[in-house]
Design a protein around this ligand. Structure first.
Ligand code: UD1
Length: 437
């Protein structure tokens, strides 16, 4: 077992680089199953969810080779896929294992995976995924000893109109994966618009798909027979695609810079993806400058600056991301005055509140949100990372707190943040990963 130990109170200063987006990588890697030629994927984050994806791909028969010295690039060939069964244990380890359902269905017209695991954020249904698969012509069967395995079979996949009942990132991505090689035209209505949806569509289009409208609420997909890039099947061209920067990792660093009254350039980002976070930090009195031509944002707070309370409402993109809600809550505990949080996406996203209370935070949970009584002081304590983003919030709290904070269960954090301790040390944080064995 390992934990993070943080000695807080140091202002963060300097440059920090953002890795490729977790939520893109966990869809684009399974999407490689649909390709008829090998490809090279760059800017793949070094996180445990990606390691699971690569292991699953290899288990299905993919050939994968690391490329270069950065550890973030892989050559992948899915020529010899020989199974459509995702191993039960691997599927259970991450939410995004559902993308193997869409990708395998699109490739083999058959797929089988356990219902996904991932962060415990309340009910996480996949009814919209199954609805999309059914509309395209697949028959889902729920099997397994615990009724937690989904089997899909289709004689043929045919494009049709898929109107989502809720805006779902995963269901939108899965509908794209399953329809990109279907016969005819698929239209996804009420689609999610997150940057990772655009990224998946860009990747597939680069490889020869015809997807229009990704990033809007209506996506139109003209099915194609092959995905083999412009040079065609049998070519020796290396198709190389780079995953977009991680919006949530960047936002986490922005808040870490703000709470420590730091002066940090967050680099390798797309500032447009950060607009909702930037706007809220600016409302609260933090100086955030977008530097488009350097793909960076600069967060700067004067030593004695005081922040203003503000209200947060989580919404699908381009609204304020639910995955930044726990981190923002830490910021709000350091603001003098009362702020409110409304959580519109996940019902159980407040497990971090008890942990923050150990550090002196005053947060009352309401029916679909929380009221934060800012008090401007946090004290180091022993806390737990209850889930991925709650864990990121604990790190931010530890960086801002007086004294030492020790964070257990960091495996949750490592699902989604590449070398977070090393990166933060690079801008002056006192944070170490300690073995507790
Ligand atoms: C993705 C992200 C996750 C983020 C979430 C919302 C990945 C791997 N994970 O999760 O980090 O917090 O988007 O931005 O990209 N819903 C249904 N039926 C469904 C699917 C979803 O009712 O079939 C509901 C959910 O309960 C939730 C809402 O729709 O209330 C949004 O969920 P969704 O966008 O699907 O989240 P994920 O794709 O699982």
């Amino acid at each position: 077992m390992e934990k993070f130990v943080i000695n807080g109170g140091l202002p963060l200063k300097g440059e920090i680089w953002v890795s490729g987006a977790k939520n893109s990588a966990v869809a684009i890697l399974p999407a490689a199953l649909l390709l008829d030629v090998p490809c090279i994927i760059e800017n793949v984050p070094d996180i445990s969810d990606v390691k699971i994806c690569l292991k699953v791909l290899q288990g299905l028969g993919a050939e994968i080779r690391p490329v270069g010295k950065n550890g973030d690039t892989y050559w992948i060939s899915c020529k010899n896929i020989n199974s459509h069964y995702v191993p039960y244990e691997e599927a259970k380890k991450m939410r995004a294992s559902y993308y193997f359902l869409g990708a395998l269905l699109g490739r083999c017209h058959n797929a089988c995976a356990a219902m996904p695991g991932g962060c415990p954020l309340g009910a996480r249904p996949i009814d919209q995924h199954l609805k999309a698969f059914e509309i395209l012509g697949a028959k889902p069967i729920i099997t397994g000893r615990n009724s937690d395995v989904v089997e899909l079979h289709a004689n043929q996949l045919r494009g049709d109109v898929i109107s989502m009942d809720v805006v779902s990132v995963g269901a939108t991505m899965n509908a794209i994966l399953a329809s990109v090689k279907a016969d005819g035209v698929t239209i996804i209505e009420n689609a999610a618009k997150e940057p990772h949806i655009v990224d998946l569509a860009n990747f597939l289009n680069y490889m020869g798909a015809h997807i229009k409208g990704a990033g809007t609420d209506t996506i139109k997909i003209q099915g194609v027979k092959k995905l083999c890039g412009n040079a065609g099947e049998g070519s020796t061209v290396d198709y190389c695609y780079s995953i977009v920067p991680d919006q949530i990792e960047a936002g986490t660093f922005m808040i870490a810079a703000a709470v420590t009254h730091g002066n940090v350039f967050i680099k390798g980002v797309i500032p447009k993806h950060l607009e909702a976070i930037t706007a809220k930090l600016r409302d609260a009195g933090v100086s955030v400058t977008e530097i488009e031509d350097e793909d960076a944002v600069h967060v700067f707070v004067k030593e004695n600056a005081e922040f203003k309370p503000t209200n947060i409402k989580t919404e699908p993109y381009p609204g304020f991301p639910t995955d930044m809600q726990p981190q923002m809550a830490v910021f709000l505990t350091l603001v003098n005055g009362q702020s409110t949080i409304t959580e519109n996406v996940w019902e159980d996203r407040f497990r971090y509140v008890n942990e923050l209370a150990k550090m002196g935070a005053k947060i009352d949970i309401t029916q679909n949100g929380a009221i934060v009584q800012g008090s401007a002081v946090l004290k180091g304590a022993d806390v737990q990372a209850c889930d991925l983003r709650a864990g990121a919030a604990m790190i931010i709290a530890g960086l801002a707190a007086d004294g030492q904070t020790s964070i257990s269960d960091i495996r949750h954090i490592e699902r989604g943040y590449a070398d977070i301790a090393g990166k933060l040390r690079g801008i002056g944080a006192d944070i170490a990963k300690i073995s507790t064995n």
